[in-house]
Design a protein around this ligand. Structure first.
Ligand code: SF4
Length: 388
């Protein structure tokens, strides 16, 4: 199969703000449940083990007109909570049985409270994540949090979730993460074979499809993209960072590439590859999930780094690992976690002699000309420096 029909399918999922695919999945069998979650991370293995569909809710993008959602928030915050409220008030999430709000920032915390008030019949949970990485402190806390989430999911399922079921789900998500990493590795090695807009749509499909379906899609894409002959351009190689929550418009990703940059790593939809290695498939599965979170997970501004010497080094490592020549900091307007960390990331990059640019966006940004100009100038300057 060629890449084109696979990406066309992903695009249809991406464009559908009514979530027809997830609705059909739920309607196909009695007793099926759907659990929505906000960025950037929740343990989807537990949701899957409860027989439910984990559904990533990533805001309304640039196709949704926010009318009612604006009334719930002041104007000087990011757009994703407002468009998420709009999705809910307009009935687009009326099939979702429970919502999880991971502890990423105050905005998401407040949104979880609002959800409880606005939709009292829908189960919702502010899902707290540890900011202490000692097994006996953050680990003990997180295992208890996982137990509470499990209890909530058992109520939803109206039955127990067995350890064997969780271990089976962990194995499926391990396989999925290996495939996601393979797609990222292909793009880092031969970015002309896996354009970023395609990789983005593939990863977005993982927010809707059951994990088994998503893994099949990734396998087919890897085979098709590896076999296709596409023209190689003399683009600069960049890492895009800062877009771990509110997503940039697809046109922004396309504009970066059209302006002469190959995106060779990014932090879009981190939940797809949050664990950097397989979660153990033996032993106590909640313990395995908790320890993987503490000791083997990715980094982002929304995760506390206790050692000031290590602050931002993950970005330097991402640059080295992917063979990038520069960094584009693309962060949502008014995003506290991303924008408060930006000066520290810039200092680390400057210390390591890595060029960067920074700009802000909203999920509904429409004007791409300034982005194209900035990214194009950045790509040219990288070429000039590296040749000097
Ligand atoms: S975009 Fe930033 S500020 Fe807004 S909800 Fe996400 S993490 Fe919080």
């Amino acid at each position: 199969m060629a890449t084109e029909p696979l990406i066309a399918f992903c695009q249809s999922l991406f464009d559908d703000l009514d979530f027809a695919y997830a609705r059909q999945w739920k309607a196909a069998s009695r007793g099926r449940r759907v659990v929505g979650y906000m960025p950037f991370y929740v343990p989807r293995e537990l949701i899957h083990a409860a027989g439910a569909l984990p559904l990533g809710v990533l805001g309304g993008g640039d196709q949704l007109e926010v009318i009612q959602g604006d009334a719930y928030y002041q104007s000087y915050i990011c757009r994703i909570p407002r468009s998420t409220i709009e999705l809910a008030l307009s009935g687009r999430l009326d099939f979702v049985d429970a919502m999880l709000f991971p502890s990423i920032c105050d905005v998401i915390r407040n949104l979880s409270g609002m959800w409880k008030l606005m939709f009292p019949k829908v189960k919702s949970r502010y899902f707290d994540l540890p900011q202490n990485y000692r097994d006996d402190v953050g680990g003990a806390f997180y295992i208890e949090e996982l137990h509470e989430l499990k209890r909530m999911l058992e109520e939803l399922k109206e039955g127990e979730i067995g350890a064997e079921e969780i271990r089976a789900s962990i194995a499926l998500y391990n396989e999925n993460r290996r495939l996601v990493r393979a797609v990222y590795a292909l793009r880092a090695k031969e970015p002309w074979k896996a354009p970023s807009a395609e990789v983005y749509l593939l990863m977005r499909a993982g927010m809707i499809l059951p994990v088994e379906e998503h893994s099949r899609l990734l396998r087919e894409y890897l085979e098709a993209a590896g076999a296709e002959d596409r023209p190689r351009r003399d683009n600069s190689r960049v890492v895009v960072v800062g877009a771990f929550c509110e997503q940039p418009p697809l046109n922004l990703i396309k504009s970066i590439e059209l302006s002469g940059c190959y995106i060779v790593d990014d932090d879009f939809m981190l939940v797809n590859r949050w664990e950097k290695a397989d979660v153990p498939e033996e032993g106590d599965p909640l313990y395995a999930l908790a320890l993987s979170y503490l000791h083997n997970s990715g980094d982002t501004s929304a995760k506390y780094e206790p050692d000031p010497e290590k602050k931002g080094l993950y970005l330097v490592e991402a640059v080295k690992r992917s063979g990038a020549e520069g960094v584009i900091m693309a962060m949502p307007s008014f995003c506290d976690p991303a924008l408060l960390e930006r000066p520290m990331l810039q200092a680390v990059l400057a210390r390591h002699g890595i060029p960067y640019i920074a700009f802000k966006y909203a999920e509904n940004s429409g004007q791409m000309q300034p982005i194209r100009e900035q990214a194009g100038t950045f790509a040219d300057s990288i070429k000039l420096w590296s040749e000097g």
